[in-house]
Design a protein around this ligand. Structure first.
Ligand code: PMP
Length: 403
């Protein structure tokens, strides 16, 4: 008999390479949350620089009150799918608010952002269709593609010319074409060159979906994401987003203007065959989205903090994931072993960042990934820079990490 677990042995071998005194980077527990930017980890107060809590809204008193009130009024869970007993007035109120915020005619809320991608991709594309994916797409986009049964064509990351070439090759094929991009890419923090892709769209014709998971609430004059920042919202047919980052809760959405959009509610298995998000989470998200609309100072503060960290790292000579400032700031490291060592040294010194290793990274990069929050104080940002400086110097001499 072949043990079904045999295929997972390489995972255990990899985990065994973590040193005896090291913390397992994928097994960190926040013992207590002190604020959006501080937690007790391994018994000590730690600055959090890897939470995706972009607006630092998780401890906002209005959001907490909205969640508490909803739990008291509607209970702890919905115990049902949106197409059965799981649609509460809260879900429809959030969909209305989001559609308004996004300036889109339709919006559908999902239980997670992962399911939003699974649902939207498999609802839009079927076995006759082709999905053109940026090679660096998030796993939920790849999984959505698998679920759809559509033909998958990958194009080079952020390369509109490569997309154009691949579309040219598929000219005359039957079925629709869906192109999928992300606003801010989660690993390196770079943005899609949307204007270039829109040029290709005008030439070749396809429907375009933007996953604004890391840019929703963050980019653009209205906080609607990259398309808002680029002034190209009319060219993006469908938007996907999550509540697990700038909204500080859990859930996701898909939105668009297509007159038949609502039919997706009856065509998306990840929407139909799972329980809807809990009343507390939906009410919290609703309060947070209202704040994103009413309090643009949060975006300004996030931009200031991101610029401060970016410039600080530049000053240290670190090799960063991209040249543009965004709240995702990744530092390239030479190899897996030194990345794990530096990650541990940072944690021991009092700062938590994300570690990102192949195969989860583009071009097999080893990364120490920071995400900045509007709630970080200048002192916290400066401390993160100082600790990176110390750790890099200790591991590589005074020189920068030249990956
Ligand atoms: N899309 C992208 C680009 C993401 O980075 C993520 C989460 N990291 C998701 C979708 C899924 O979001 P959620 O955490 O809400 O499932």
């Amino acid at each position: 008999m072949i043990d079904l677990f045999d295929k997972h042995r390489p995972i255990l071998e990899r985990l065994s390479r973590v040193g005896p005194d090291d913390v397992n980077p994928v097994g960190v527990t926040n013992e207590r949350m002190l604020s959006p930017t501080r937690a007790i980890i391994n018994g000590r107060e730690t600055i959090l620089a890897g939470t995706n809590n972009y607006m630092g809204i998780t401890f906002d008193p209005d959001c907490i009150a909205a969640g508490e009130e909803a739990m008291a009024k509607f209970g702890t869970g919905t115990t049902g799918s949106r197409v059965a007993n799981g649609t509460y007035s809260l879900h429809t109120a959030l969909e209305t608010e989001l559609a308004h915020f996004l300036n889109r005619r339709h919006c559908i809320v999902f239980t997670t952002g992962y399911q939003a991608n699974l649902g939207m991709m498999s609802g839009l594309a079927g076995p006759r269709d082709t999905i053109f994916l940026d090679a660096d797409s998030h796993s939920s986009i790849y999984d959505g593609c698998t679920l759809s049964g559509a033909k998958l064509v990958r194009f080079r990351h952020n390369d509109a010319t490569d997309l154009d070439k691949r579309l040219a090759r598929s000219e005359g094929e039957e079925g629709g074409k869906l192109v999928v991009l992300e606003g801010i890419y989660s690993m390196l923090g770079d943005r899609a060159p949307l204007a270039d892709f829109v040029e290709v769209k005008k030439k070749r014709g396809f429907q375009l979906l933007a996953d604004e998971a890391h840019s929703f609430g963050v980019l653009g004059p209205h906080g609607r994401g990259l398309a808002d920042e680029a002034g190209l919202e009319d060219e993006v047919d469908f938007v996907v987003g999550t509540f697990s980052k700038s909204v500080g809760a859990i859930g996701g959405f898909g939105a668009g203007n297509h007159p038949m959009f609502e039919v997706l509610r009856y065509a998306m298995r990840p929407y139909m065959f799972t329980a809807s998000s809990s009343p507390a989470s939906i009410a919290t998200s609703l309060a947070a989205v209202k704040k994103l609309a009413a309090e643009p100072w949060r975006r300004d503060r996030l931009r200031e903090n991101s610029t401060r960290l970016f410039n600080g790292f530049k000053g240290l000579g670190l090799d960063m994931g991209c040249d543009a400032v965004s709240p995702v700031i990744a530092v390239k490291c030479p190899d897996e072993a030194s990345t794990i060592r530096m990650w541990n040294a940072l944690l021991a010194a009092g700062v938590y960042v994300n570690i990102a290793l192949p195969p989860g990274t583009p071009n097999k990069l080893c990364l120490l990934r920071c995400s900045v929050s509007a709630a970080h104080s200048n002192e916290e940002i400066d401390r993160i820079i100082e600790l990176f400086g110390q750790v890099v110097a200790a591991h590589h001499g005074k020189k920068a990490v030249n990956a």
